[in-house]
Design a protein around this ligand. Structure first.
Ligand code: NAP
Length: 490
């Protein structure tokens, strides 16, 4: 049943978490132009909020406020910064159910996945609140008598963050938490489809006492924000999660001011299932790696390669699990897959499906949708190895399965892509696992599991999937510079 917007909105225990103004320089403001952008519930199609769409003046003001806040924040003792992050975490935990509902309302994902995202996103704040006190320097044995060689770690300065809609909370906290822990300050532009979770996080950061200017969240047209932050000499780092095309533009535009960059970009993950894999494990891995978040994940298994000996058995078991998936309103506890984010997303899935079928693919389950944003979970077997869905991210609940004969054939196909974010392997042989772990050209490999993301591990890609890592102590280093001090005359 489609409820009214008011009813859906009042499912928040704290309705004041639903913010529509921009937050910068420690204050909530409408756009000077009065412009707004509608945030739409992808399930009901209704408008959830009209959010301030800021212009150049406000973005520059946010950068200036961040610049003004940096000296004090960067010199705030690590333990105090950590304590403020912990307070923010406590407030997020207090309001976790509201945050999950906001994610579901603006993104469409099922509430159970939104709750998992809140826990995952909060995990970054938890680990970086601890690590804030552990930013250590080095003392290097002197290269000559009377000298002292030291290395200090210093925060980079003002950072700008741009994030996508598919994980409205976690993509932000995995940038904000290490940045603030390191002593950096940050101006964030969330995706225009999903700014409400980001603004709620800003409201909780304000309540936690994170000082004005240290964290700003505002929505603008994307190119305007990108142009201003890349051109600004005050902004010393850009951290971006999104498509490879936009990442490449930001990288090029950052060249004249030589900024630090972290780019978490597109993926095209292969899943390799070998004859010796445990079938239940292989099917569970495929279900999670393909259908979590409705397939709208950068590490979604986009191409499933299955060895001949287990091919038909895998297809039958996979089809049975796919057939049990329930598509619908993310607020319904029974829903496994919510609506896709937009009509463009549905159109892409259907284009990949049509092309796979036209190229000889066999439709095992599902098919085209009914014209709504609810895209049916679909399984196509015997997909041609050069089909569109093997070359581009599908970003939807369409699983394409391709048979292979030998290990070398599987690895060659898996690596035949410009992308290198994640890959998955299902096998029970330690030698196959070890060899594939080395041979796959990706930043991450899931072995007998489709669930690899954790704040404790470095997340990121190689090749066109980006540069830099988020999570773990490596994610903290992304916000720190080395300063080498050489003292003579001792
Ligand atoms: P996108 O179009 O690149 O958008 C991502 C963000 O960039 C949004 O905030 C968007 O703003 C902004 N943007 C768009 N054009 C811009 C420009 N010219 N200058 C500055 N910012 C600009 O990506 P998407 O389609 O929303 O997200 C899906 C992509 O993200 C997929 O490729 C996925 O693989 C990738 N992703 C990667 C990771 C990872 O960790 N590697 C994680 C999640 C997603 P608007 O929303 O206002 O357009």
């Amino acid at each position: 049943m489609v409820t009214t917007t008011e009813a859906r909105r009042t499912t928040l225990a704290r309705p004041d978490l639903l913010r529509s103004q921009a937050y910068y320089a420690g204050a909530w403001r409408d756009a000077a132009s009065g412009e707004t952008i509608a945030v739409t519930d992808p399930f009901s199609g209704e408008t959830l909020a009209q959010v301030a769409l800021v212009g150049e003046g406000e973005i520059q003001a946010a950068i200036a406020a961040a610049e003004a806040a940096f000296p004090r924040w960067s010199r705030t003792p690590h333990r105090e910064r950590g304590a403020l992050l912990r307070r923010w975490l406590e407030l997020i935990e207090r309001d976790k159910e509201d945050l999950a509902r906001l994610i579901t309302l603006e993104n469409g994902k099922p509430l159970k996945e939104a709750r998992a995202e809140v826990a995952y996103g909060a995990g970054f704040i938890e680990i970086y609140a601890e690590m804030a006190a552990g930013v250590l320097g080095e003392i290097i044995p002197p290269n000559a008598p009377g000298r002292r060689l030291l290395v200090e770690r210093e925060p980079i300065g003002v950072c700008a963050a741009i994030t996508p809609w598919n994980f409205p909370m976690a993509m932000l906290t995995r940038k904000i938490a290490p940045a603030l822990a390191a002593g950096c300050v940050m101006v964030c532009k969330p995706a225009s489809e999903t700014p409400l979770t980001a603004l709620a996080l800003a409201a909780l950061a304000e309540e936690a006492g994170i000082p004005p200017g240290v964290l700003s969240v505002l929505v603008s047209t994307p190119a305007l924000f990108g142009d201003i932050v890349t051109a600004s000499s005050a902004v010393r780092k850009i951290t971006f999660t999104g498509s490879t095309g936009v990442g490449a533009k930001l990288m090029a535009a950052s060249a004249p001011t030589i900024k630090r960059l972290s780019l978490e970009l597109g993926g095209n993950a292969p899943l390799l299932i070998f004859d010796d894999a445990d079938l239940d494990t292989a099917v569970e891995t495929a279900m999670v790696a393909k259908f979590r978040n409705g397939g709208q994940s950068c590490i979604a298994a986009n191409r499933i390669y299955v060895q001949r000996g287990v091919y038909e058995a895998f297809l039958a078991a996979f089809q049975a699990r796919i057939g049990a998936l329930k598509v619908g309103d993310g607020l319904d506890p029974a829903t496994d897959i919510g609506p896709l984010i937009s009509g463009r997303a549905v159109e892409k899935v259907e284009r990949h499906l049509d092309e796979a079928l036209a190229g000889g693919g066999r439709l095992v389950h599902g098919g085209r949708g009914d014209g709504s944003l609810l895209s049916p979970p679909t399984l196509v077997a015997d997909v041609a190895s050069d089909a569109l869905l093997t070359r581009e991210e599908t970003f939807g609940p369409l699983a394409g399965v391709i048979p292979f004969k030998t290990y070398d054939q599987a690895i060659a196909r898996a690596n035949d892509t410009p992308f290198g974010l994640a890959a998955y392997v299902c096998s029970s042989r330690p030698d196959t696992i070890a060899q594939a772990g080395r041979d796959l050209e990706t930043g991450m490999v899931g072995i007998n599991t489709g669930l690899i993301s954790t704040a404790a591990a470095p997340f990121g890609g190689v090749k066109s999937s980006g540069v830099g890592r988020e999570g773990s102590h490596h994610g903290l280093s992304e916000y720190l510079n080395y300063k080498y001090l050489c003292q003579a005359g001792l």
